[in-house]
Every structure is written in structure tokens, then in C-alpha cells.
Design a protein around this ligand. Structure first.
Ligand code: FAD
Ligand code: MLT
Ligand code: ZN
Length: 482
């Protein structure tokens, strides 16, 4: 690019920035480095970037105006919600000259229709606020994950978030009926339909769910609600092995069917990390250590306590067979919360335990145990001293197979240098088992090479064709996913 062209592009950009500032008003933008800093690095501390401006539109019309101006001037946009994503999708590159568009000010709950069991919310609504709003109408919005106090529904939909209730209610994709989206040219697609049946051509909403901001900006969504469970039983069981955990899941499903709402596995090491690092966590079996733990949640519409007897009976039957070593059923809501706190503290705790090479993988539930055992052995052989932190949503086959730096003898840089080798080992194994190398966190920036490696040319070309059709100028979250 010669100097004249560079100057022309820079003038165009400055002009667009001025018009964007006018479109969103004083409260809608900042270029203050201190205010922008937390928006320019990712949750895991893997990436840090830059941007010309942070733009915070107050509503869909402002968002559309900003995107139209960016489209016209070729200014790239990184959409951002709560910035809790784990694959660097919301963090701009170091040479990024466009804008970060944060959705946090678009946080109105537009409607709750308790008869239709739906809720209409703007993209910037915090997930936990939506759960509370639904509960206020005696309804459940079931999407649930460790970052729910910070992440936003627009981000949840854009990453097709999973979390801890997928087993019963599905992931974010299955919870959305309609969307409002600002397309890359600034047009608004008004698709806020609240219908459970609607076969009118392509289901466009599914294009934007899981698109990680590369196809447009989700500004609002119609979400499914469910009856608020009347009975909830939470238990922690200590089990001898991942195989025993999977077998116990089958027993619980046979005994209580759909009532199995959450089923989370935790190895001893992640439990120890949470106990060691996070205040307010407690060992459910003080004085005893067990190889694996499962956090079980049953819920249903029967009277309070209905599910307790089948839970106790199933745990007792499994204990007789040696599949359960010890178990405790929460006697109060506070105790149930304490069990969940232990589980949900693992990600945060791991941050204090040195560098981590994460694998967010899934295999069929029938192969979960085989995967954990084989991958643990292979990683320990390949990198002596590595600490395998395996935990997660075993009920739906999704394991967080994270590898923490050995306790001694490594620097962060040298350890992270093993990233590619360990990825290959784990991901090849997962793929050979009919699994996936990204179950719920998405591709973002971190897993682009994995996508290119493991998905077929036909699949990749189809994705590229979609991207080009919707965003021919390539301004929406450039360089992410593809
Ligand atoms: P961001 O991080 O801001 O953005 C994520 C991606 O979506 C980016 O590519 C961004 O450009 C795009 N985006 C954001 N908003 C929009 C929008 N309105 N329109 C278009 N694109 C947009 N994830 C799970 O799936 N399951 C878990 O169990 C889980 N547990 C977690 C626990 C912890 C402690 C943490 C820190 C993270 C966890 N995550 C989990 C990851 C993360 O919380 C989810 O990916 C979440 O859905 C991201 O939401 P966000 O608002 O923070 O999005
Ligand atoms: C979780 O389920 O806690 C997160 O998705 C996992 C992670 O930190 O890898
Ligand atoms: Zn998870």
C-alpha cells in the first residue's frame, strides 16, 4: 500500500469515527486508554490488543447506525459482550484500527410472556439477571454457567454457550426462538418471532447463533422459558473412576429419567485447586480423599422431596456395587450452593496454578471414561509432571481436559511452548473417538488452526461462502473463526 492510499484510508476512518461519535453521543463512546484497557485483553490473559475506539450504543438503532458507518468506510468491528469468552474471540488484534462495539448498555428486558413461556431480552442483559427475571415470573431460564454473573445473553448466543444444564435443556441454540440482528451492512433483521413452529424458509437465527460476531451483531433475542422446578435435589458422590461416574449417570437416568438436570465430573486435582485457591469452598468429605467426584442435580415438578428417595436408592445401589465410595445429599439450599461453588470455582482456581493448556472437548458419553483414562496416561507420558485437570459436563460428553503446568522446573513460556504438541495429542485422540475439539467455547482466535485442520474442505468452503455473502467487506470480527 502506498502512502497516498494509506492517508486516504486513514482520513476515511477518522471521518467515520467522528460520525460514529455523533451517532452514539457522549455516553456511547470512549477512547480513554484506561477505560478501554479491560476491553482489550481476554479473560484468560492470552491476548492483548488495541482499538481506535470503544463504542457502546444504547439501542438497536444506534448499533445499526454505527455498523452502517463502519460498512461504508470499511472500518472493522469487534463485537463484545461480557468479555468472558475463553477463545479470544472478543479481543482485537495488536494492529487493529477499528472499533470494539460493546453491547452492555443494551440491557432492557423487553417482555416476558409467561403463557407463551418466552422472554425477550436485549443482547447486553447479564445472564444471571435473566435467570432472576424468569424466576420472578415463576419460570426457569435454564442456561447456566460459571460466568453467568458477567457474561451477556448476546455473547452466550454468539458462542452457543453450553454450561451445566445442557443435558436437560440443550445449549443456547436450543433456547432461542427469535433474534434481532444488525447485519454487516447496517440493516436490521427483525426476526423476534416467539414461535415454536415456523417453517418459513431458512432458519436464519441459527446462522447467527455460534457465529462469534463474524456475521452480524445480535441485539435482542426471544428465549424459551420452562416451569420453575418444584423439587430440586443436589448431591455429591465420590466415585472410584470416570467409568463408575458414567455408569452412575445411567442408573440415575433409568431411575428418574429427564430429572437428571446436571451431572458434572471433577477429578481430585481440580477439587484440590478450588479448595486451595478459592475462599468459601469446603471439602464435602473432610478427612477423606477420593479419585473422582460427581455433582448431581435432579429437578422436577413433583412436590418438594419427591426425588430424594430415588436419588438415595440409586446412590445406595451403586455403593453396593462399588461404583460409589461415598455420597452426600445437600440438606439445604445453602449446602447445594456450596457444592456448586466448588464446581464453578475450578476455572478461577486454575488461574493461580500456573499456565494452562486447555482442551474443551466432547466425545460420545459412552466413550468419556475411555477418553479420560487414555488421554491422561498419554499426556503424563508425553510431559512428565504435567497436572491433568479433567472436569466438566460429563452428562453431555463435554470434558474440560485442561493441563496445568508442572509444579517445578518450568517457566510459563517454556510450558506454553508445548501447546501445539499437547493439542495434537489430545485432539487427535478425541477426533478418532468421534468427538470434537471445541464442544462449547467456540473457535475465536485460539482454535482457528484446529478448525482448518479437522474440518473438511467442503465444510470450510461452505462457511467461507456464508461469511462472504453476508459480510463481503469482511468487517465483522475479522480473522475470527475462519
Ligand atoms: P464475549 O466474551 O464478550 O464474546 C464472545 C464472542 O461472541 C466473541 O467472539 C464476540 O465477538 C461475540 N459477541 C459477543 N456479543 C455479541 C453480540 N451481541 N453479537 C454478536 N457477537 C457477539 N462457556 C460455556 O459454553 N460453558 C461454560 O460452562 C462456561 N463456563 C465458563 C466459566 C467461567 C468462569 C468463564 C470465565 C467462562 C466460561 N465460559 C463457558 C465461556 C464464556 O462465559 C461463554 O463463552 C459466554 O457465552 C461468553 O459470553 P460473553 O458475553 O462474555 O461474550
Ligand atoms: C466450565 O465449565 O467451568 C468452563 O467452561 C471451563 C473451563 O475453564 O475450561
Ligand atoms: Zn464448561
Amino acid at each position: 500500500m502506498n502512502r497516498t492510499t494509506r492517508t486516504r484510508i486513514s482520513n476515511l476512518r477518522d471521518d467515520a469515527f467522528g460520525r460514529i461519535r455523533a451517532a452514539v453521543g457522549e455516553k456511547g463512546w470512549t477512547a480513554d486508554p484506561a477505560e478501554m484497557a479491560p476491553r482489550l485483553r481476554d479473560e484468560r490473559g492470552l491476548y492483548e490488543g488495541r482499538a481506535g475506539m470503544l463504542v457502546r450504543p444504547a439501542n438497536t438503532a444506534e448499533t445499526a447506525a454505527v455498523v452502517a458507518l463502519c460498512h461504508e468506510a470499511g472500518v472493522p468491528i469487534v463485537p463484545q459482550g461480557g468479555n468472558t469468552g475463553l477463545v479470544g474471540g472478543a479481543t482485537p488484534d495488536t494492529d487493529f484500527a477499528g472499533i470494539v462495539l460493546a453491547t452492555g448498555r443494551m440491557n432492557r428486558l423487553r417482555a416476558v410472556d409467561a403463557v407463551n413461556n418466552t422472554l425477550t431480552a436485549e443482547a447486553g442483559c447479564i445472564l444471571a439477571d435473566l435467570q432472576r427475571a424468569a424466576a420472578g415470573h415463576d419460570r426457569l431460564f435454564p442456561l447456566s454457567l460459571g460466568a453467568e454473573g458477567t457474561c451477556q445473553i448476546g455473547g452466550n448466543l454468539s458462542t452457543n454457550a453450553g454450561g451445566t444444564a445442557v443435558l436437560r435443556y440443550g445449549n443456547a441454540r436450543e433456547l432461542v426462538l427469535g433474534l434481532e440482528v444488525v447485519l454487516p451492512n447496517g440493516e436490521i433483521w427483525e426476526g423476534l418471532r416467539a414461535l415454536r413452529k415456523d417453517n418459513t424458509g431458512y432458519a436464519l437465527r441459527h446462522l447467527f447463533v455460534g457465529a462469534e460476531g463474524t456475521l452480524g451483531i445480535i441485539t435482542a433475542a426471544v428465549l424459551k422459558l420452562f416451569p420453575l422446578p418444584r423439587d430440586r435435589q443436589t448431591a455429591l458422590a465420590a466415585v472410584p473412576s470416570p467409568a463408575a461416574a458414567v455408569s452412575l449417570l445411567g442408573r440415575l437416568q433409568a431411575a428418574t429419567g429427564e430429572a437428571v438436570t446436571g451431572y458434572e465430573l471433577m477429578g481430585r486435582l481440580p477439587v484440590e485447586m478450588a479448595l486451595r485457591r478459592i475462599a468459601g469452598t469446603g471439602d464435602p468429605f473432610p478427612g477423606s480423599t477420593y479419585p473422582q467426584y460427581v455433582l448431581i442435580e435432579l429437578s422436577g415438578q413433583g412436590a418438594e422431596g419427591t426425588l430424594k428417595a430415588p436419588l438415595e436408592d440409586t446412590l445406595a445401589a451403586a455403593q453396593e456395587k462399588g461404583e460409589v465410595l461415598d455420597a452426600v445429599i445437600a440438606a439445604s439450599t445453602a449446602q447445594a450452593r456450596a457444592f456448586w461453588k466448588l464446581r464453578e470455582s475450578i476455572t478461577e482456581a486454575q488461574k493461580f496454578e500456573g499456565a494452562s493448556i486447555k482442551h474443551d472437548v466432547a466425545v460420545p458419553v459412552s466413550r468419556v471414561a475411555e477418553f479420560i483414562v487414555a488421554a491422561t496416561a498419554a499426556c503424563e507420558r508425553a510431559l512428565p509432571g504435567v497436572r491433568v485437570v479433567a472436569f466438566g459436563h460429563v452428562g453431555d460428553g463435554n470434558i474440560h481436559f485442561n493441563l496445568s503446568e508442572p509444579l517445578a522446573g518450568w517457566t510459563r513460556e517454556r510450558y506454553l511452548g508445548e501447546w501445539e504438541r499437547m493439542n495434537r495429542l489430545v485432539h487427535d485422540m478425541v477426533m478418532a473417538m468421534g468427538g470434537t475439539f471445541s464442544a462449547e467455547h467456540g473457535i475465536g482466535r485460539l482454535k482457528k488452526a484446529e478448525l482448518a485442520r479437522y474440518r473438511s474442505p467442503v465444510e470450510l468452503a461452505t462457511m467461507r461462502a456464508l461469511k462472504t455473502a453476508l459480510d463481503p467487506k469482511g468487517i465483522m470480527n475479522p480473522g475470527r473463526i475462519l
